[in-house]
Design a protein around this ligand. Sequence first.
Ligand code: ADP
Ligand code: MG
Ligand code: ZN
Length: 433
Amino acid sequence: RHPWSDELENKLQNVFNLTSFRENQLNAINAVLSGKDVFVLMPTGGGKSLCYQLPAIVKRGKMETTVVVSPLISLMQDQIDHLKRLNINAEMISSKESAQSRKDAFRKFRNGELDMIYLSPEMLSKSQQCKNTIKLLYDSGNLARIVIDEAHCVSSWGHDFRPDYKLLGFFKKEYPDIPMMALTATASVRVKQDILSQLGIEHAHVFQQTFNRPNLIYMVRPKNKNSTFEMINEIKMRFPRFTGIVYCNSKTQCESVANMLQTNGLSAAFYHAGMGNEDRTNVQNMWQSGDIKIVCATVAFGMGIDKPDVRFVYHHSIPRSLEGYYQECGRGGRDGKTAFCTLYYQFADFKSIESQIKRDKDLKSQVLKDRHLEKLRNVLNYCSNRIDCRRKLVLQYFNENFNSKQCRKTCDNCKSTNTVEVRDITESAKDII
Ligand code: ADP
Ligand code: MG
Ligand code: ZN
């Protein structure tokens, strides 16, 4: 145990309202609080933020401040809102704020009033005022640590290179004794090496975990006009008392599928971005508490969802990317027990999502559209693949080299050459059925 162990436990529960740590969180937090440089490699949704937000409120002195660099203003804003609701003193400074609010944030920053200050990378590397304030804090011993979130942006090998991140290397040169924490979900070896050397933290303690979720069972099935009934029967037969999610591709689909489930005696509701905030919160709460068993949802259903005992995730239509698919399936089986992830695929759904992307006015440049179309084509390849291990295929997109022997027949392609009977699969998952 460490001198701060009790405080961590206490604040995890009473400030963040969480019951326990996830894999690697506590180890990473202990390492950074011990003054080490730390590199955290965790899948999206794994809980990287807590690794720096919790130590930020375990302070040696009242005026100690953690500096966080994050690439997206919207991400920063979300986090600041969340932290303020938890009564944590956090502000952000980027070139986008009004002069007044920037001035206010700088004043609090300078006076050591903040637990955390979020800075855009160009602020930290270029703004003289910013550099001076950091120096001031450092000289008074109140610079706790520097955190580089989405650290893959440092690397031009990554998928999201930001030139301003390159300049963050100055930090370790100027303040070698201040601990740095870098975090990312990008698992490629080349990107990892690049991050460590660019930031000057080659000796950092690395906390890395596999992205594989061994308790999730992956299946792809052909979709036809009977699929919805097949799904309903399966839920009734196999998961009668269990909680699950059915992902759909449109608002109307969510509503009609939810309707069919209800008509067939299942406890279901729908959830999509077309509903009012209050309705959405209601559905989410009822599902979270177990009053509703099944939510038929678009991908809008996801943020902040952490129900441990989700036993099945159906994709009534194909997802738009394999990253998204991984995240959505990942909402199943958080308690470590088996969960079933079943994807219904028909080419017509591919065509309709393809045309949605082509028409999408939010995707402003052609480059952006092409990127989304490529992701969708990857999903198509995944669905049409009847040979390779599903885990291997999914993890490939996170640059993880998975040995399909370790799948132990928990995906349809490893189990047989064709779609698996549910009966077969349940043999390997007796713990829940
Ligand atoms: P990442 O940055 O790795 O993608 P986040 O930090 O945004 O992930 O966390 C994803 C979700 O997991 C958030 O809703 C967060 O509240 C939740 N979470 C993080 N740590 C825990 C924990 N120890 N217990 C329960 N939920 C957690
Ligand atoms: Mg994050
Ligand atoms: Zn497999």
